[in-house]
Design a protein around this ligand. Structure first.
Ligand code: KE4
Length: 440
């Protein structure tokens, strides 16, 4: 597949994707295995992807797109990164899974801990949801407390207690939480406004010795991208330490993304527990929860907190993660400056086109994750993000898709790019935006 800039043709056919969507709807609710893929927030039928390479995906009708979803974060080195492809092919020849320990688990763990000094011990799981769910259980066991504080618009996966005022698909569909979560469970989760330390302090005052943990996205991606206000993260650390609650930093999205050591490196954080996912698996299902040894050693078989997983530490996933994290470790000095340069050019380039077209757009970006909010005000928390004109975003999304640019299909998601995005993609994306703003 050539990597030359994609054409801006509007005559995109989606016949095959429509057929596949109709068939998929016979098997899966909404025809999808994860709600946000249904494109409900932006309208139109979702293209079905057939293959991808580098910065490009190709759909079932042969249409090419510059990809800014990147599997929702994992594809930081581009699709079909040759070392990842090669190691998966090679590893698969020795079987895909044993249900027994392998050397590869410790090899990847060593590299994760090299990037995350806050992690003294860890455990692999198969998704970000499992990682955060397990970290919460550990925090409750370690403190003997029940209440969990999260922040509105943050999404930490779909474990019952974390679907309260969550972001991502929950925000996309405008639902306060999820049906099926008993109020006895939802009531133990207290959602607060992001970037508001006074509200957090008030929560601790109202619930002395009752809050087990505060879990947060250190850079929000699931309300769209929202950066921490200066002092917010250190304030959370100070308050949790003072009040005997654990600080759980959910880096499933930001880990290895905003820096090699994620937000922990970028903001010099020392949390009690960290969760990881996405990039750490190189596109295969991997989640991590880890942190201080005194908490992690409470896990079975050493301690009383049970947690397990059939495919935890899966050999293929370990191999893909090792190839990805190993490459990032070795080439960080060139990878992260390149990502920063390209992301800045794209985010600012589109914002400039919006300004020329008189479209109200607010760009929030941290490294190579960003969101264009269709609003003229600042976006520092979920309430402000929710003021965005989601209809305008939907029109923009479709106009960009028709011009070969695949953005995350929701105003309340972050866009991502990888090391294979370059000047050609900056040019095409900016030109497509110029036309899209004119057309919508
Ligand atoms: P998974 O269970 O989807 O692997 O991870 C849950 C999760 C936990 N924490 C953070 C900060 C996350 O961003 C996620 C998952 N992110 C979404 C995208 N916003 C996954 C995409 C989807 O749900 O299809």
């Amino acid at each position: 597949m050539s990597t030359k800039a994609t054409n801006l043709s509007l005559s995109r056919v989606h016949t095959r994707s429509l057929e596949l969507q109709r068939r998929a709807e016979r098997f899966f609710p909404g025809g999808v295995n994860s709600p946000v893929r249904a494109f409900r927030a932006v309208g139109g039928a979702p293209p079905f992807v057939e293959r991808a390479e580098g910065a490009y995906v190709v759909d079932a009708d042969g249409n090419r797109y510059i990809d800014y979803v990147g599997s929702w974060g994992p594809m930081i080195l581009g699709h079909a990164f040759p070392p990842v492809v090669e190691v998966i092919e090679r590893t698969a020849k020795s079987s895909a899974s044993f249900g027994a320990s392998t050397a590869a688990e410790a090899e990847l763990a060593e590299r994760v801990i090299q990037c995350y000094p806050a992690i003294e011990k860890m455990r692999f799981v198969s998704s970000g949801t499992e990682a955060t769910m397990s970290a919460i259980r550990l925090a409750r066991a370690a403190t003997g407390r029940k209440i969990i504080v999260k922040f509105e618009g943050c999404y930490h996966g779909h474990a019952d207690g974390l679907l309260v005022k969550a972001g991502s698909g929950v925000a996309t569909f405008g639902i306060p939480g999820s049906a099926g979560v008993p109020e006895e469970i939802a009531g133990l989760t207290h959602p607060l406004p992001y970037n508001d330390l006074a509200e957090l302090e008030a929560a601790f005052d109202a619930h002395p010795d009752e809050i087990a943990a505060v879990i947060l996205e250190p850079v929000v991606g699931n309300a769209g991208c929202i950066a921490p206000a200066p002092g917010f993260l250190s304030g959370v650390r100070e308050l949790t330490r003072r009040e005997g609650a654990l600080m759980i930093v959910d880096e499933v999205m930001t880990g290895f993304r905003v820096a090699l050591g994620g937000a922990c490196e970028l903001y010099s954080l020392d949390p009690d527990l960290v969760t990881l996912g996405k990039i750490v698996g190189g596109g295969l299902p991997v989640g991590v929860f880890g942190g201080k040894r005194k908490y992690m050693d409470m896990l079975a078989p050493l301690g009383p907190v049970y947690q397990a997983g059939t495919l935890s530490g899966n050999p293929l996933a370990m191999a893909a993660g090792l190839a990805t994290v190993g490459y990032l470790l070795e080439h960080a000095d060139e990878v992260y400056p390149k990502l920063e340069k390209t992301a800045k050019a794209i985010a600012d380039g589109v914002a400039a086109e919006a300004e020329k077209a008189g479209v109200a757009l607010r760009t929030n970006r941290v490294g190579s994750m960003w969101t264009w909010f269709f609003t003229d005000g600042p976006v520092r928390n979920y309430d402000e993000a929710a003021k965005s004109d989601t209809a305008a975003f939907g029109k923009f999304h479709r106009a960009m898709l028709d011009r070969g640019v695949w953005l995350p299909p929701s105003q309340f998601e972050a866009a991502f790019l990888g090391t294979t995005h370059g000047e050609a993609e900056v040019e095409t994306t900016t030109s497509a935006a110029r036309e899209a703003f004119r057309a919508t």
